[in-house]
Design a protein around this ligand. Structure first.
Ligand SMILES: Nc1ncnc2c1ncn2[C@@H]1O[C@H](COP(=O)(O)OP(=O)(O)OP(=O)(O)O)[C@@H](O)[C@H]1O
Ligand SMILES: [Mg+2]
Length: 850
């Protein structure tokens, strides 16, 4: 792999850079600290190819601060083709990455990317054949990490060496060989299993054939025996058929006798029926005269019942009329009682006529008196009301007068008190005095005189007037002469006399009423006597009818009993007919019954005399036939079993023959397969860790040692040499070549690498790293054809720095490109070509390839 061009956008401190390495061979890359040299030549390719970042950093840490979109484009040549890898990272939102692999075809780039970033990454790894770790170990001596390989563990060193030597391909080859061997082994196992099955099928071949022959002989013997038995069976069946026919004949006799007996039974039943009918016909005809008499009696009873039924209707009518007449009687009785009571009360009234007349006259006088007393009472009440009114007015007038008098008296007293000051005052001239108190006293004295005059002038006119009016009213009341006691007494007496006066007023119509009531009473009595006559008449009829009807029920019973005779009379013609015809039929059936019975007895006798002998014969013939049939069936079964056995043996023998053929074929087929399997298994071993890879490492280690010593010799003027030891030689307990040890020596002998000085260690590191790169280039067909050495010369003194420069120059022709990164401007021209990295004022980078 040869780098051709690196294009950067916002990676680390570099905003933009486009570094064309096409014409670069061995050169120095010079620039100030922080210019972006390491970023451009180590981290840019590692990020583009593998998405790698500096230790412990995230991808987003690589994005130039203040920006969000980072992109690195890396063009390289590989196995004669030109490729481009473009990886981007955006920190916008949740972040986004892209990866693109392209291959140059003429003037255009053709995408070789996979469906996803992971797939594209896988394609890049497969194309380059090494991972980021090996890429760094073989072609980059990173800043401050020149001892990276030596600092790695023995196991890791061995792993890196194995990858440089492409030993992992042997793992793949071993897997393939193992898969092939496994498939082959499975096929062989399958065939072996088939052979095993066939062997099973072939076991007991000889015994089977012997069994087959024995079975055939046995079958022949059995077939002969069956033939003999079958002839015997035919004979026995013929005899059985003959006997069966005879039994059938005899059974027919029995059946015939049975049929005749059944006919005899039927006829006997018929004849018995006829005889019964004849008997009952005879009975009817024997009673003929009695039947006639009884039927006549039936007619008489029937007529009597008809007459009584008519009377029964009349009885019902009489009963209801009687009940009604009795009810009417009760009503008339009630009416008579009522009228009698009315007559009695009218008569009583008429006897008190005089007393009532006197009371009515008294009542009239008292009524006039009461009218006058009521008028006086009204005047008396009015005068009383007026008196009360005047009394009230008198009271008011008196109160007013008293109140005015009291007020004036109090004012006079008050003025008298105020006027006393005039007498008590000795100091002033009262008339001239201008004192307020004296003025008041003088006024009070004057007022007192006035008030006294008013009091004296007060008059009691109203009081007197009302008192006079009252006196007048008392006189008027007196004149009225009204007495409440008399008034009350007269009213009580009037109330007592009023009902008597009323009764007297009513007496005027009572005489006519008495006449009317007497007539009504008479009418009631007449009706009552007519009703009594009717009831007596109806009662007599009722009693006579009841007597006659008492025999009706007994007559009805008798009529029912006599109806049997009427029925018998109706049967007489039929009985006569039966006597004429049925007797002949019964006689004829009697003859037939006798003949049938005789015939059945004869047939039964014939049957019984022969049946036992023939049945015995039949049983014997049947048993013989069955026994022979059982024998034949048994032998036939044995024969069939033998046939089946022979058939099965034939199939088995045929199968065994086929299995034998198949087995031969499979054994022949197996031979070349087994040889092939042995070859694949040998390859599995060969591709294993202890096989070819171990041999390659064993061969490569001396070569690595030789190249490294060659370079180290140049760098140390032959002072130092080194030696590699694989763990295989150490024979560790694990016993596998898993590690690579580095032993360094100088003129004083061999010592551990760690005991050497920093400058010495750096030269050893450089020598080994160059050796590794070269070994990789050689072994892998120029796989990595470039080396970047980042700031590896800074800790060398002038003498050794020149020696290292010379050593680099010496090994440079083994690579297509060797770039030595340094911040030391003195080294700018040390390697002929140089790339200058400078920071411009606007913080952009300028790259100049010279
Ligand atoms: N994400 C980033 N954004 C901005 N600047 C960054 C970022 N990452 C790294 N830097 C800076 O980029 C600069 C370039 O680093 P780099 O290691 O490439 O420089 P250099 O030229 O190799 O320097 P030196 O000679 O010191 O090795 C450094 O100053 C570093 O701090
Ligand atoms: Mg640097």
């Amino acid at each position: 792999m040869i780098p051709l061009r690196i294009k950067i956008q916002n990676l680390g401190a570099i905003p933009q850079a486009d570094i064309d390495l096409t014409s670069v061979g061995l050169c120095s890359l010079v620039g100030p600290n922080g210019a972006g040299k390491s970023t451009a030549l180590t981290w840019a390719p590692l990020f583009a190819l593998y998405g790698e970042t500096k230790n412990g950093c995230s991808v987003d840490d690589l994005v130039r601060r203040g920006t969000t979109e980072m992109a690195v484009e890396f063009d390289f040549e590989h196995h004669g083709d030109t490729y481009k890898v473009l990886r981007t990272r955006s920190t916008k939102g949740r972040g986004k990455s892209t990866l693109e692999l392209q291959k140059q075809a003429g003037d255009i780039w053709v995408s070789e990317s996979g469906a996803s970033i992971a797939e594209t990454q896988e394609k890049i790894n497969r194309l380059l054949g090494l991972d980021a770790n090996t890429m760094v170990s073989s072609s980059m001596i990173l800043q401050g990490k020149s001892g990276e390989f030596t600092a790695k563990s023995k196991g890791e060193r061995k792993a890196i060496l194995a990858q440089i030597l492409q030993l992992d391909q042997y793992g793949d080859l071993q897997e393939k060989a193992r898969a092939k061997a496994a498939v082959l082994k499975a096929e062989i196992d399958k065939v072996n299993n088939q052979i095993e099955v066939l062997n099973g099928r072939l076991t007991g071949m000889e015994e089977t054939e012997a069994d087959y022959q024995a079975a055939k002989v046995e079958l022949d013997i059995l077939a002969a025996a069956v033939a003999i038995d079958e002839i015997e069976l035919q004979k026995a069946d013929a005899e059985l058929a003959r006997v069966n026919a005879r039994v059938e004949q005899i059974d027919k006799l029995f059946a015939e006798a049975d049929t005749i007996r059944a006919d005899v039974i039927r006829k006997t039943q018929d004849r018995d029926g006829y005889l019964k009918r004849i008997e009952s016909a005879k009975k009817i005809l024997d009673q003929e005269s009695e039947i006639t008499a009884r039927v006549a009696e039936h007619e008489q009873v029937k007529e009597s019942i008809t007459v009584l039924k008519t009377k029964q209707q009349r009885y019902g009518q009489v009963l209801s009329e009687l009940s009604k007449a009795k009810t009417d009687m009760l009503e008339v009785d009630a009416a008579v009682a009522k009228v009698a009571s009315q007559i009695l009360s009218v008569k009583t009234l008429l006897t008190n006529t005089e007393t009532l007349k006197t009371a009515a006259a008294e009542y009239d006088l008292l009524a006039d008196k009461l009218t006058k007393l009521d008028q006086l009472h009204s005047q008396y009440v009015e005068l009383g009301r007026q008196k009360a009114e005047t009394n009230a007015k008198l009271l008011v007038a008196k109160n007013e007068l008293t109140s005015k008098q009291n007020k004036l008296k109090m004012q006079i007293e008050n003025c008298a008190v105020a006027a006393t000051m005039l007498q008590d005052c000795e100091c002033v001239d009262i008339e001239k005095a201008n004192c307020k108190f004296l003025a008041n006293a003088k006024q009070a004295s004057a007022d007192q005189v006035q008030f006294q005059a008013d009091l004296d002038a007060l008059k009691s006119d109203d009081v007197d007037m009302y008192a006079d009016e009252l006196l007048l009213m008392d006189e008027q009341i007196q004149t009225l002469g009204y007495s409440p006691e008399e008034h009350s007494k007269s009213r009580t007496e009037s109330m007592r006399l009023k009902p008597l006066a009323d009764q007297y007023a009513q007496l005027s119509g009572k005489t006519e009423l008495l006449v009317t009531l007497s007539e009504t009473e008479k009418g009631h009595w007449e009706r009552k006597s007519s009703l009594e006559a009717k009831v007596a008449e109806l009662q007599a009829e009722h009693d006579s009818l009841l007597k006659e009807l008492s025999g009706l029920s007994a007559m009805q019973d008798k009529l029912q009993r006599l109806e049997i005779w009427v029925n018998l009379q109706q049967q007489i013609p039929a009985a006569r007919e039966i006597l004429n015809t049925t007797q002949q039929l019964a006689d004829r059936l009697g003859t037939e019954i006798t003949a049938g019975t005789t015939k059945a007895d004869e047939l039964t006798e014939e049957y019984l005399s022969t049946v036992s002998g023939v049945k015995d014969e039949q049983k014997t013939a049947q048993e013989r036939s069955e026994e022979l049939r059982r024998g034949v069936t048994l032998k036939r079964g044995q024969e069939n079993a033998l046939h089946a056995k022979i058939g099965a043996l034939e199939t088995k023998i045929a199968d065994m023959q086929m299995a034998g053929e198949e087995r031969k074929r499979l054994v022949a087929e197996l031979e070349p397969q087994t040889k092939k399997l042995v070859r694949w298994q040998t390859l599995v071993k060969a591709f294993g860790k202890d096989g070819i890879p171990a041999l390659i490492i064993e061969n490569a280690v001396p070569e690595l040692e030789r190249i490294a010593n060659e370079i180290l010799g140049q760098m140390s003027a032959g002072k130092h040499h080194l030696r590699f030891e694989t763990q295989r030689e150490l024979k560790s307990r694990e016993g596998v070549a898993e590690a690579l040890d580095i032993i360094v020596g100088d003129w004083s002998g061999e010592r551990p690498y760690e005991t050497f000085s920093g400058g010495e260690q750096l030269r050893i590191d450089l020598a080994i790293r160059f050796a590794l790169s070269e070994l990789l280039a050689r072994r892998a067909g120029s796989k990595v054809e470039w080396v970047v050495i980042d700031e590896a010369l800074s800790n060398q003194d002038a003498k050794h720095r020149q020696m290292v420069v010379d050593a680099i120059k010496n090994v440079a022709d083994r690579f297509k490109k060797v770039i030595v990164i340094t911040h030391d401007p003195e080294l700018m021209d040390a390697f002929g070509q140089s790339i200058q990295f400078s920071i411009k004022e606007d913080n952009t980078r300028e790259v100049m390839v010279a």
